[in-house]
Design a binder for this molecule. Structure first.
Ligand code: ZN
Length: 238
């Protein structure tokens, strides 16, 4: 398996083959490489229930390192299941910051979102279950190289206040995840305000806003299609 270098924003932008103006504009607004990827667990009730988890009363946060980020154009790499068990897909709306945020207000958050796209929060589910049982952190299950797959950045202005953004994942043409931000426990702006009070966010940081229900196992050769409005990306599982 060839090892990809940590993905900088420049690489992500280079992978964008679309000549879509809104994508180009958003990319111009993004000035920094990815520092960290902040992820939100259980932000959709139906997903919390499908994994037998309690619904949180505050956003449940974890992180992925920049070294885990790959562009969807590089394909989706599934770690060897004989070594690490099953890899699950989690399709999530992702935003990237174009400004720093510390103890931010809603207005500051609105100004700081520089790009929007879809991502896959790949998770070694068997390993994660084992770690959860022991009360250990999840990094081994969530931070491996390729564990954060990002599609191309789009202009955030096309998404309004993010309160009703629909997105889908199809695998081999079957609909597997049908997300709508209207169903989030903690909507995008509120989420970023909350995170920025827990720790500082910096320009370039990416926030994965949580997965809707329908998560499941990736198999070698699976053909993935991610849809966000009129935008669509495809990738094959390696
Ligand atoms: Zn997730």
């Amino acid at each position: 398996m060839s090892q990809s270098p940590p993905m900088s924003l420049v690489n992500v932008v280079a992978a964008n083959v679309s000549d879509d103006d809104s994508a180009v504009n958003a990319n111009q607004r993004l000035r920094a490489p990815i520092g960290k990827v902040v992820c939100v667990g259980r932000n959709y009730v139906a997903h919390a229930h499908e994994l037998g988890n309690e619904v949180p009363t505050a956003p449940m946060l974890f992180m992925k390192p920049a070294s885990s980020v790959v562009s969807i154009g590089q394909g989706v790499i599934r770690p060897n299941p004989e070594m690490v068990g099953e890899t699950h897909y989690e399709t999530e709306l992702c935003v990237q910051l174009s400004a720093d945020l510390s103890a931010a207000t809603i207005e500051e958050v609105q100004q700081a979102i520089g790009g929007v796209t879809l991502g896959l929060d790949l998770t070694l589910r068997d390993l994660q279950s084992e770690l959860k049982e022991k009360g250990h952190p999840w990094e081994r299950a969530k931070c491996f190289d390729g564990a954060c797959v990002l599609a191309d950045w789009l202009d955030p202005q096309a998404f309004g206040d993010f309160s009703d953004v629909a997105y889908q994942l199809y695998i081999n043409d079957a609909l597997k995840q049908d997300g709508d931000t209207a169903l989030m426990l903690f909507p995008v702006y509120e989420l970023l305000v909350n995170i920025s009070h827990a720790f500082s966010l910096q320009a370039g940081d990416v926030i994965m806003t949580g997965t809707p229900s329908g998560v499941g196992v990736l198999h070698a050769g699976d053909q993935l299609k991610l849809k966000l409005g009129e935008h669509e990306w495809q990738a094959q599982v390696q």
